[in-house]
Design a protein around this ligand. Structure first.
Ligand SMILES: [Cu+2]
Length: 146
C-alpha cells in the first residue's frame, strides 16, 4: 500500500498544477456496482466489480478522451461539498484507507472489511485523479460484513 501512495505522489508531482474538474465526461456515462446491491450481507474479503457504461477505462496518467479510472470510497460521506466548504469534486481524490485508487485500470478488487456495516461509492477520476465535469459517481450503497 505504501508503494502505491508513493506512485500516486509521483504522478501528481509530474503532472503539476491540475485544472480542477475540467475533463469532460460523456453525458450518459454511469458507474455502478455490478455484483453488490444496497443492503447486501457479505463475507470478507469482498469481491467488488466496478461497472462503467458510456465511457472507457484508462490507467492514471494516460490522456485519452472519454476515459478515467475507478476510485472506491469506503465509509465516508458521498463526494460533494466538504464541511469546510471545499468542493471536493474539483480536486484530486486523496489516497488513503477511505479512498482507494485503481490507477492501473482495474475493473474489480477484493478488499478486506471488518465485520459490520460499510458504505461504498464508486467515483470515476481523470488521469490526474480529479472527478470529471460532470462527475461520474455511483450511488452510495451500504453492505454488512457478517
Ligand atoms: Cu486515482
Amino acid at each position: 500500500m505504501k508503494k502505491s501512495i508513493f506512485a500516486l505522489a509521483s504522478v501528481l508531482a509530474i503532472s503539476g498544477p491540475s485544472f480542477a474538474g475540467e475533463t469532460p465526461s460523456a453525458d450518459e456515462a454511469e458507474v455502478y456496482f455490478i455484483n453488490l446491491n444496497n443492503g447486501d450481507a457479505v463475507q470478507s474479503p469482498v469481491l467488488i466489480q466496478f461497472g462503467l457504461s458510456g465511457m472507457g477505462i484508462a490507467p492514471a496518467g494516460i490522456d485519452k478522451p472519454n476515459t478515467g479510472h475507478h476510485h472506491l470510497l469506503i465509509d465516508r460521506p458521498p463526494l460533494g461539498q466538504g464541511e469546510d466548504g471545499t468542493e471536493e469534486l474539483d480536486y484530486a481524490l486523496p489516497a488513503d484507507e477511505n479512498h482507494i485508487h485503481y490507477g492501473g485500470g482495474q475493473t474489480e478488487a477484493t478488499i478486506e472489511l471488518a465485520p459490520g456495516a460499510h458504505t461504498l461509492q464508486l467515483v470515476l477520476g481523470d488521469r490526474n485523479h480529479i472527478p470529471h465535469a460532470k462527475p461520474v459517481t455511483s450511488q452510495v450503497i451500504t453492505i454488512t460484513v457478517e
